[in-house]
Design a protein around this ligand. Structure first.
Ligand code: FAD
Ligand code: PYC
Length: 417
C-alpha cells in the first residue's frame, strides 16, 4: 500500500501539485544499490541528481532519518555568496554561484534564487582592513566584491542606521552584488523531484544506524531499521551528525557540532532590499518573499547535537539587529529554531574520499553550506562516480588535517563559530 508522508501531503497542498503524492510515494528500500547517499538535504539529494544526470548512475538510494529537507537545508537563512578569502574557497563557492544561476531551469523547479546582493558591515578598523583584504583577494579570483561607503550602504539598504554614536557604528561595507538568497526548502524539493524522475529512490524516516565494512575493510552497505542495505559506494552527507555515523565505519573526523539559531519576524511589506551581515555582532538579516525578516545568530557557545539553542544568544542577536536597524524595534518575533552544524578546525568543508574504500564524506560546512549546495553536490557526485575528486574539491581533503595544508577561512566567515 502506498503511504504518503506528512511532508508530501503538505507539499501537495502548498504547491497545488495534484499528482505529487503519486509521483512521490514513500518508498521501501531495495536490498541493494550501486550507491547509497545518507542524508536527504540539499547536498545529498543534489549529489544523487548529478550522479544520475551527469554520470549515468541511477541505481541510487538517498536515505534520511526524517523527512527530506528537514535538516539544515530547511532551517537555514539561505544566504548565498562567494566572497571567501582563499583561492580554493573562492573557486568552490563561485562554482556554486554559477550553478545557482541556472538551477531553477535545470531542475524545472523554482528555487527562487534572488540575486539581491549581500552587504557586510564594517563597524571598526579591523573590519575595514579585513573586508578590504577580502575584496582585493576576491577580485584577483574574478569574484565580484566592492567597498562601499556608509552613505552608499544606506542607499543600497535604506533602513540602515548611520548614527555615528550608535553602539555598532557603520563605517562602510563590502558589497557583493551577485550574492543573494534562495528558497531553502525548494532546493531540497527541486533536487528530490528531479533525482526521482531519473530513477533515484528517496527513502524517508529511515535512520542509518551504522556503516558496515566487509572483511577487506571496504564499505559493504548501511544498517537501518528497515534492514541492511548493500552498496559498493556510500556517500555520507548528514551535516551536524557526521561524527557518530562515520565512527561506526571506523573513521574519525576533526569535527565539532554546535547549535545555530535563527528566527523570523511577523511579516511586513517589502522594506529590506538586500542581505545585511555583521561579523562583529554575529547577526545577519534579510526579508523573505513572504515578508518576514529572517534573522540569524552565530553558533551557540557549547557543543551539542540538539536542534535548539540558548535564549541569551538569540536575545543578543535581536538586540544587535535593533541597534543597527532601530526601525525594527517594535516588530514581533514569530518563530525561532535551530539546526546542528559541524565545524572543522579551519572552518572549510571536507568533500572527498575517506580511508575506507567506497566510503565518501561531505561535511564540515559549519554555518555556511547552503550557499554551496549545488556546487558541493556536483563535486561530491564527481568524486563518488570517479573515485577521485574534481580539481575544485581536491584541496578539501581529510588529509589536510594531518599534512597541515589547511584552508583557514575562520576569519572569512560572517558569523561566530
Ligand atoms: P542537511 O540539510 O542537514 O541534511 C542532512 C540530512 O541528513 C538531514 O535531513 C538529516 O535528517 C539526515 N541525517 C542525519 N543523520 C542521519 C542518519 N544517521 N541517517 C539518515 N539520515 C540522517 N548556510 C549558508 O550558506 N547560508 C546561510 O544563510 C545559512 N544559514 C544557516 C542558518 C541556520 C540556523 C543553520 C542551522 C544553518 C545555516 N547555514 C547557512 C548552513 C547550511 O544550512 C548547511 O551548511 C547546509 O544546509 C547543509 O546541507 P546538507 O544537505 O549537508 O545538510
Ligand atoms: O555563510 O553567509 C553565511 C551565513 C549566513 C548565516 C549563516 N551563514
Amino acid at each position: 500500500m502506498t503511504r504518503y508522508s506528512a511532508w508530501s501531503v503538505f507539499k501537495n497542498a502548498l504547491t497545488g501539485h495534484k499528482n505529487w503524492p503519486e509521483q512521490w510515494p514513500d518508498k521501501e528500500p531495495k536490498s541493494s544499490y550501486d550507491v547509497v547517499i545518507v542524508g536527504a538535504g540539499g547536498h545529498g539529494l543534489g549529489a544523487a541528481y548529478y550522479l544520475a544526470k551527469e554520470h549515468g548512475i541511477t541505481n541510487i538510494a538517498v536515505i534520511d532519518k526524517g523527512w527530506l529537507g528537514g535538516g539544515n537545508t530547511g532551517r537555514n537563512t539561505s544566504i548565498i555568496r562567494s566572497n571567501y578569502l582563499y583561492d580554493e574557497s573562492a573557486k568552490l563557492y563561485d562554482h556554486a554561484v554559477d550553478l545557482w544561476e541556472d538551477l531553477s531551469e535545470d531542475l524545472n523547479y523554482n528555487v527562487m534564487f534572488s540575486r539581491r546582493g549581500v552587504l557586510m558591515l564594517a563597524h571598526n578598523q579591523h573590519d575595514i582592513q579585513s573586508f578590504q583584504r577580502h575584496i582585493h583577494a576576491n577580485r584577483l579570483n574574478g569574484v565580484d566584491n566592492r567597498w562601499v561607503s556608509a552613505e552608499e550602504a544606506k542607499q543600497i539598504c535604506p533602513p540602515l542606521n548611520l548614527d555615528p554614536d550608535a553602539r555598532h557604528p557603520v563605517l562602510g561595507a563590502a558589497f557583493q552584488s551577485r550574492a543573494g538568497t534562495a528558497r531553502h526548502d525548494a532546493v531540497a524539493w527541486g533536487y528530490a523531484r528531479a533525482a526521482a524522475k531519473l530513477g533515484v529512490d528517496i527513502i524517508q524516516n529511515c535512520p542509518v544506524t551504522a556503516i558496515r565494512r566487509d572483511a577487506n575493510g571496504a564499505v559493504e552497505g548501511v544498517e537501518t531499521p528497515k534492514g541492511f542495505i548493500r552498496a559498493g559506494r556510500v556517500g555520507v552527507s548528514v551535516a551536524g551528525t557526521t561524527t557518530p555515523l562515520m565512527e561506526s565505519a571506523g573513521v574519525r573526523l576533526p569535527l565539532e557540532s554546535f547549535p545555530l539559531q535563527a528566527l523570523v519576524s511577523e511579516p511586513v511589506k517589502p522594506i529590506f532590499p538586500c542581505v545585511v551581515m555583521s561579523n562583529s555582532v554575529h547577526a545577519y538579516i534579510s526579508q523573505s518573499d513572504k515578508g518576514e525578516l529572517v534573522i540569524g545568530s552565530g553558533t551557540d557557545q557549547y557543543t551539542s547535537y540538539s536542534q535548539r539553542g540558548g535564549l541569551p544568544l538569540i536575545e543578543h542577536t535581536i538586540a544587535a539587529i535593533c541597534e543597527i536597524f532601530p526601525v525594527f524595534n517594535r516588530l514581533r518575533v514569530m518563530r525561532t529554531w535551530a539546526g546542528t552544524v559541524d565545524v572543522t578546525p579551519d572552518r572549510s568543508p571536507i568533500i572527498g574520499k575517506t580511508p575506507v574504500k567506497g566510503l565518501y564524506v561531505n561535511c564540515g560546512w559549519g554555518t555556511g553550506g547552503f550557499k554551496a549546495t549545488p556546487g558541493s553536490a556536483h563535486l561530491f557526485a564527481h568524486t563518488i562516480a570517479n573515485d577521485d575528486p574534481h580539481p575544485i574539491n581536491a584541496p578539501f581533503t581529510l588529509e589536510r588535517f594531518t599534512t597541515g595544508r589547511l584552508i583557514d577561512e575562520a576569519a572569512a566567515a560572517a558569523v561566530a563559530h
